[in-house]
Design a protein around this ligand. Structure first.
Ligand SMILES: Cc1cc2nc3c(=O)[nH]c(=O)nc-3n(C[C@H](O)[C@H](O)[C@H](O)COP(=O)(O)OP(=O)(O)OC[C@H]3O[C@@H](n4cnc5c(N)ncnc54)[C@H](O)[C@@H]3O)c2cc1C
Ligand SMILES: NC(=O)c1ccc[n+]([C@@H]2O[C@H](COP(=O)([O-])OP(=O)(O)OC[C@H]3O[C@@H](n4cnc5c(N)ncnc54)[C@H](O)[C@@H]3O)[C@@H](O)[C@H]2O)c1
Length: 475
């Protein structure tokens, strides 16, 4: 058994673990990084990257056959499903070097390709190596949660871990779960030529503002995705193999297709870490941490990303890395915030959120919250592009945005301005006073801010009186 002493031992080389390894090693700490499976974790191999690559292929196919009134003749896109999967693979391969073992070894990180588990409060074992560290980071991420539904073992089950390897186009893909994974995959597969049914136990896109989610769901339904809500999957039947069939039984009826994708949420990877041996409290949601991301029961141990039990996004894992580095390397007080974290679902139209939704804002601030809105169909660039479906809503308290929801083209890009405003506690005037290039869709941000000031400026008797007075005095 080899023994290593190090400043920092990171368990998991996904978005969170890699960010800490890069930062800590380049700032002079000795770092051991453990990865039992693929460098890059979920985001690169089974999550964000392949899903967005597949969505891009679907988007192109849809654009070719839906040219609208722009004077360009629509054609039926000739989709080669296997070639679309080649594209997915190439995108992963292009990004892969950034997360590679070689790159991190170049930073001086000791990368050990083994699963690790705690053997004491200060030691982790990975294969034949025992790592004694001053600080540990649990960055083990999450995997697909597959609930024990009766009959599931009789059919081939796809999850985000194997759906991107499927090279034959599913004739009829049944997706159980109408969250972001379900909806993104539904539209991508439909546009690449599959029939798609989504079975959702509650409301599809249920974590988002219902008004905004409805705009996405209407579009998906109009394109042909069958979405059955309030239909908990209670039983599955069917057969395995190339000619296999699957039927999902729900209180709203039985739905039969050729392939089954389970997208009903995530299971955090903490069960196999022997956390109890390190006196680290944990639960099904992840490691129990405080706002400083340190274990509530063992201050030498931090958790980041999906393993920290909060929002499950790559940019959150990256943000956690900064919080931990500040505390771990410099001994400075460092706490995470969650009020400024944005997210986006990359359906078409996209749906993006930062801060509180309208309902959350009204619950928290009651009558003190003002909601300003601006529709895409009044934005000149959106009109020119024929992309007029969409809306922005901004929730404002005492002149400051506390939440923004955007549904429409490029919503994931547009939300950035509000993420910056909320992160930096900026006022609505900061957005209103920013000059944006015309004609851009980003002007909807400025127009929403304008909508906040319009009644104050144009409907105020006081302003009218002041202007009248000044005009009489000005030469
Ligand atoms: C289909 C899909 C699409 C997504 N799309 C987006 C998106 O568009 N935008 C977004 O922000 N987020 C998206 N996400 C979420 C995002 O992928 C995760 O939030 C992010 O990967 C979490 O990073 P992490 O570092 O916490 O964990 P991971 O990236 O999961 O990395 C954890 C790593 O730890 C390793 N590991 C586990 N246990 C051990 C152990 N005992 N020893 C050693 N190594 C171990 C694993 O093998 C893995 O490599 C998506 C997720 C899915 C599934
Ligand atoms: N664009 C993005 O940023 C992006 C994309 C994909 C995933 N993600 C991340 O991954 C996480 C997981 O995504 P997800 O879509 O798997 O999970 P989710 O928890 O967001 O949604 C799962 C859905 O499945 C439903 N469900 C659960 N059991 C069911 C059953 N038996 N029958 C029918 N429906 C059932 C739930 O009601 C829920 O709506 C997300 O929360 C997000 O953090 C992010």
């Amino acid at each position: 058994m080899e023994r290593i002493k190090t400043d920092v031992c990171i368990i998991g080389a996904g978005s969170g673990g890699l960010s800490i390894a890069a930062g800590a090693s380049q700032m002079g700490a000795s770092v051991v990084l453990l990865e039992g499976h693929k460098m890059g974790g979920d985001c690169l191999n089974y999550g964000c990257v392949p899903s967005k690559a597949l969505i891009a292929a679907g988007k192109l196919a849809y654009a070719m056959s839906h040219t609208g009134d722009l004077g360009v003749k629509a054609v039926k896109a000739d989709v080669d499903f296997a070639a679309a999967k080649d594209h997915v693979r190439k995108v992963i391969e292009t990004i892969e070097p950034v997360d590679s073992q070689e790159r991190f070894e170049g930073f001086g990180v000791n990368v050990i390709r083994e699963f690790g588990k705690f053997i004491s409060q200060t030691e982790v074992q990975a294969g034949d190596t025992i790592i004694q560290a001053r600080r540990f980071i649990v960055a083990t991420g999450s995997g697909p949660f597959v609930p024990p539904i009766l009959g599931l073992e009789d059919v081939d089950v796809y999850t985000n871990e194997n759906i991107f390897d499927l090279r034959d186009r599913p004739k009829h893909l049944i997706i159980v779960g109408g969250g972001p994974i379900g909806m993104e995959m539904a539209q991508a597969h439909l546009r690449l030529g599959s029939k798609v049914t989504v079975i959702e136990g509650a409301k599809a896109m249920g974590k988002d503002d219902p008004e905004m989610a409805a705009i996405v769901l209407d579009k998906l339904r109009a394109e042909g995705v069958e979405i059955i809500e309030e239909a908990q999957a209670t039983k599955i039947s069917g057969s395995k193999g190339a000619k296999g069939k699957v039927t999902v039984h729900t209180p709203k009826g039985d739905f039969t297709g050729s392939h089954l994708l389970m997208a009903v949420g995530r299971k955090v990877n903490v069960e196999n870490l022997d956390l109890d041996r390190a006196d680290v409290k944990w639960g099904r949601g992840g490691v129990e941490v405080g706002a400083d991301l340190r274990s509530v029961s063992n201050k030498k141990v931090y958790a980041v990303g999906d393993a920290a039990g909060g929002l499950q996004f790559t940019h959150v894992a990256g943000y956690h890395a900064g919080v931990v580095i500040r505390s771990m390397l410099f001994g400075l007080p460092s706490k995470q915030r969650t009020d400024h974290i944005p997210w986006a679902t990359y359906t078409d139209p996209e749906l993006a959120q930062v801060g509180l939704t309208e309902a959350q804002a009204k619950e928290k601030f009651g009558g003190n919250v003002e909601v300003v809105r601006f529709p895409y169909h009044e934005n000149d660039r959106a009109i020119a592009e024929g992309k007029t479906t969409g809306l922005i809503k901004v929730m404002v308290v005492k002149g400051k945005p506390i939440g923004a929801s955007i549904v429409g083209a490029m919503a994931g890009e547009l939300i950035g301005m509000w993420a910056m405003a909320i992160a930096n506690k900026m006022k609505m005037s900061a957005i209103a006073e920013t000059v944006l290039p015309y004609p851009t869709v980003s002007e909807i941000n400025k127009r929403a801010a304008g909508a906040y000031f319009t009644p104050r400026l144009f409907e105020s008797p006081m302003i009218k009186r002041v202007v009248g007075l000044v005009q009489r005095w000005l030469p």
